[in-house]
Design a protein around this ligand. Structure first.
Ligand code: ZN
Length: 307
């Protein structure tokens, strides 16, 4: 098992689900100057501070409300100590660089570029906020009848506005399996054409309806490389709201080793020896996945531990 949480996991907020329907408590908190509202603009996160050590930039709730941002109806994230945290979508602002309040606080950036540089607690809050805000932006209408759907429960559900329908919709998270396949002291790594130059990683794919996680692992490995696996063992998980996944990490043991790639999914796959990966100098020709990824954790934990 991992000795530390994966990036974006183990966030500091108490989600306090019992407060999501407490309108009096929510409006009281939104009137308090110590309440923190994390704005997102077109799925980008507001950060300030130095480039090498970015920090989340929050609006005081009072500022957000006074400015008439849709933070007037922000989504409740949770509490930390006595401080309430919310997220708000400010995508209606034409250019945040021209917005006096927002521009003064920092710049909107892709969380994937700054997440690894931020304190882990802040990165986890940002990932949570990104997932919630993205879901609302993509689920404005009821999937049952097509009428508009409105946020309720402080942003943790949406309800269809047609009383004849009234369907309630919950935030969506798509499960994806990601797995390091091993054969004794070798592991199977592959690369997709979209990867950065030289990067080789674990195999991965989405879980399909009616499919167990172990079955998804075996299917994806076989589809992508023709390798058959057994002994599928859970390792850990990682929120990956880019835009709406959770990565479920596994190790699996190969029972066949001949590789036949599916060129529509990956461009290369091969077996790599543990002794060759330990202490490997990463170059443009060969490198492992980024350090904040669960793929990296699966590889590093296997390199460290007894098989
Ligand atoms: Zn409906």
């Amino acid at each position: 098992m991992p000795q530390r949480p994966n990036a974006y996991a183990a966030g500091p907020l108490d989600r306090a689900a019992h407060l999501r329907r407490d309108r009096a408590w929510l409006s009281d908190r939104l009137a308090r100057p110590d309440t923190r509202v994390l704005p997102l603009w077109q799925a980008k996160t507001l950060v300030g501070g130095p480039r090498e050590a970015p920090r989340l930039a929050f609006l005081a709730a009072a500022d957000a409300l006074r400015r008439g941002h849709p933070a007037a109806e922000p989504y409740f994230l949770g509490v930390h100590g006595d401080v309430a945290y919310f997220a708000a979508d400010v995508s209606h602002v034409a250019d945040p660089a021209d917005d006096a309040l927002l521009a003064g606080l920092g710049a909107f950036v892709d969380l994937r570029t700054v997440g690894p540089l931020m304190p882990a607690d802040e990165a986890a809050i940002a990932a949570y906020a990104r997932g919630i805000v993205w879901w609302h932006a993509r689920h404005r209408f009821c999937g049952v009848c097509g009428a508009p759907a409105e946020p309720q429960d402080a942003g943790h559900t949406r309800r269809c506005t047609d009383p004849a329908c009234g369907a309630v919709h919950f935030p969506r998270t798509d499960p994806a399996v990601i797995m390091l396949v091993t054969d004794g002291d070798r592991c199977l790594l592959g690369r997709e054409a979209r990867f950065p130059p030289g990067m080789h990683s674990t195999l991965a794919g989405f879980v399909e309806p009616g499919e167990a996680l172990e079955d998804a692992v075996a299917r994806e490995v076989f589809e992508e490389t023709g390798v058959r696996v057994v002994d599928v063992r859970y390792h850990s998980s990682q929120p990956w709201p880019f835009p709406q996944s959770i990565m479920l990490g596994f190790h699996a043991r190969a029972v066949t080793t001949e590789i036949t790639i599916d060129p529509t999914e990956i461009e290369h796959a091969a077996w790599y020896r543990r002794e060759d990966l330990i202490g490997l100098e990463e170059t443009e020709a060969f490198r492992l996945p980024r350090r904040d990824s669960i793929a990296r954790r699966l590889i590093e934990d296997w390199l460290r531990g007894p098989d």
